[in-house]
Design a protein around this ligand. Structure first.
Ligand code: SF4
Length: 366
């Protein structure tokens, strides 16, 4: 029986952070009930095609899914349960922001069947958070972490960003020590994207690339010491707590995304929903153009996605699927010699040193 993951996009936020590149809205909360109806309609529609698949993971992402009343999460998840075959051990994640997470909400999520919480902290520095217009401050972040601890919700992750204004190597180190004292099962730390639309407003206050690389080196060493597995370029987890949903993306497993701007990959094709909120409410069943992922596109996707994870590329599988295996080996040679790539158990993968220049390696291998 084939499997599948489901992504549900909840495009509502309290305010719009200056570095945000996602499709989300700060002044459309009145339309949350209508949006939930539209998502349910789209889920019912997708279940006609994919209802026989076994659902291995569900991900409520955004936006800020914790901003909407948990009642809507229950409604959407209820439809999912009725229309799809969910593996009883499926991972069900919800992205939350500190300003909209408390003990009551956590309990409601638990009752609704949520198994994993991903908390967007980004920084514990009050000035940094204010500078990028985050909707929470340091105290709110600690409160949300205390709520997770009080409810005993163990499978939670915390997200951080390297490269935010006023951040230094020293302040980043202190923040990591602080979050470790809450024992998160999962930790993500992303580099600030230079494609950020409004980066000009604050980039002069941000640490330079060298400082960011220093932070990343500290992070990989410190978290390893603490027993975390560095399983993807920006992601670390206690053994057994790697994100099933995200690993499926990186391993080219199939997923269907529901909601405004959501992406999908299934039956050898990718497609995405439009980004126009009102148009989505009017017709949530309008899928974007479907593009076949085969030949060179499939090869590029495999290299790009697999290399992000510590398992890397299964070379035997690569040789079976594509004709340019010798070319790949030749291009990997210099990186293997320099210790930025390694071959372990038949898999070509980046080392910690390699993760630092992954974009360059990927480009060269492609
Ligand atoms: S909370 Fe997240 S999704 Fe919302 S605006 Fe900020 S970065 Fe974007």
């Amino acid at each position: 029986m084939k499997d599948l993951s489901l992504y549900i996009h909840i495009p509502f936020c309290k305010t719009i952070c200056l570095y945000c590149n996602f499709v989300t809205f700060a002044h459309k909360n009145k339309k949350i009930p209508q949006y939930a109806d539209a998502v349910i309609k789209e889920l019912e529609f997708q279940s006609q095609k994919f209802g026989d698949r076994v659902i291995e993971s569900v991900y409520f992402g955004g936006g800020t899914p914790s901003l909407i009343d948990p009642h809507y999460i229950e409604l959407i998840f209820g439809t999912l349960r009725n229309r799809f075959r969910i593996n009883p051990n499926a991972e069900v994640t919800i992205e939350c922001n500190p300003e909209s997470l408390d003990e009551k909400r956590i309990e409601k999520y638990r009752l609704a069947g949520i198994t994993r919480i991903s908390l967007g902290i980004q920084s514990f520095n009050k000035e940094t958070l204010a500078r990028v217009a985050r909707p929470h401050d340091d105290k709110t972040a600690y409160k949300a972490l205390d709520a997770l601890a009080a409810t005993g919700f163990e499978n939670f992750g915390a997200d951080f960003i390297m490269g935010l204004p006023y951040q230094t190597y020293g302040s980043f180190k202190r923040e990591i020590e602080e979050i470790l004292s809450y024992h998160p099962a999962h930790l993500s730390a992303y580099f600030l994207s230079y494609d950020t639309k409004r980066i000009d407003i604050f980039i002069k206050d941000s640490p330079d690339e060298d400082a960011q690389l220093q932070m990343y080196e500290f992070l990989t060493t410190r978290l390893k010491k603490e027993g975390y597995v560095h399983y993807e370029v920006s992601n670390f987890a206690k053994p057994g707590f790697e994100s099933v949903h995200n690993l499926r993306y990186w391993r080219q497993k199939e997923y269907v995304g529901v909601g405004v701007s959501a992406h999908s990959y299934a039956d050898g094709k990718v497609w995405e929903n439009g980004c126009d909120f009102e148009a989505y409410l009017e017709n949530p069943l309008a899928e974007g153009e479907k593009i076949s992922i085969d030949g060179d596109l499939e090869r590029m996707d495999l290299i790009m996605l697999n290399l992000r994870t510590f398992r890397g590329i299964d070379v035997k599988e690569y040789e079976k699927r594509f004709s340019d295996f010798d070319d790949l080996v030749e291009k990997a040679g210099p990186y293997l010699d320099s210790g930025q790539l390694a071959m372990t158990g038949g898999r070509l993968h980046a080392t910690d040193k390699g993760f630092l220049i992954l974009d360059r390696i990927t480009k060269d291998l492609i």
